[in-house]
Design a protein around this ligand. Sequence first.
Ligand code: NAD
Ligand code: AKB
Length: 319
Amino acid sequence: MKNILVIGSFGQIGSELTPELRKRYGSSHVVAADLCPKPDSPLADGPVEKLDITDAEALAGLVKKYSIDTIINLAAILSAVGEKKPMLAWNIGVNGMLNCLEVARELGCAVFTPSSIAAFGPDTPADDTPQDTIQRPCTMYGVTKVTGELMSDYYFKKYGVDTRSVRYPGIISNVTLPGGGTTDYAVEIYYDAVKKGSYTSPLGAGTFLDMMYMPDAIDACINLMEADPSKLKHRNSFNISAMSIDPEMLAAEIRKHLPGFVLNYDIEPVKQGIANSWPNSMNDSCAREEWGWKPNWNLQDMTADMLKVVGEKFAKGLI
Ligand code: NAD
Ligand code: AKB
């Protein structure tokens, strides 16, 4: 990766991945693009461009302008919002992603478009979910992710486009709030623990899902894109996970730091239905074997760090 275009760079993952890429590859080599870039954002320390991923001509123009060799495509409508706006989710998740693949084919770029645990469905084995298994998701978001995986593999096999990706689990972070997914609760719980001492969970006790702290999610993207291609038997997309947790486990860990923390439940049927259709825990042995995937953060360390950082933001009146 020499010149990188990050599309959707102002979202939850992009707002942390873009600065890390700039640290490693140089600020002027990493272009931050989004539908509505914020001028006062820390990302203004390097090139920032307004881009609608569904505009193929504008996308090709940026790739040429900056001699881009790698497109990191983070634009998406996440699972919960996607159920309210399925056609928008399809347009961005599939048509936008196809624009990236076509531009990459014509102009010789590598492409990373993350998939998700949402690429699985109720017929998938829920525990220790294999790398290669049944994928019949029941959300529009999941349909876009399976389509993205298939099309990315198609472009690699037919045209030699260097496509690689991971199936991210729920990402927990403290810079930018999540954008409307089912796993958002696992971020919100920390903010509410600090601000109110309590949290009302939309998912019930015993709803196990894979999760990961943001530094591991960033490493996964960069390490996979830098991996030796001759070692990759899979490409789109690799299961990766750091922990399998439910709301009770998160609350118990938070109580080690904030003993009075109270967890309540008010189940949101749409989110609960989506969560029930996703794996409880994925098997990520192929990622470990093929490109050395290994998470550095567990529930204990992540919780201590989340409460510290969110606590500092609260003390400064930032949240
Ligand atoms: P997000 O919703 O926080 O950010 C998405 C960004 O895309 C936003 O900044 C948005 O403005 C931008 N965007 C939307 N429409 C666009 C368009 N038409 N053109 C250009 N930009 C547009 O999402 P995220 O959580 O950062 O996720 C990034 C990627 O990782 C997505 O593909 C998502 O499916 C995947 N993923 C995320 C998680 C997670 O827990 N955050 C888990 C699994 C997979
Ligand atoms: C969502 O909940 O929609 C995302 C995801 C797991 O893909 N966070």
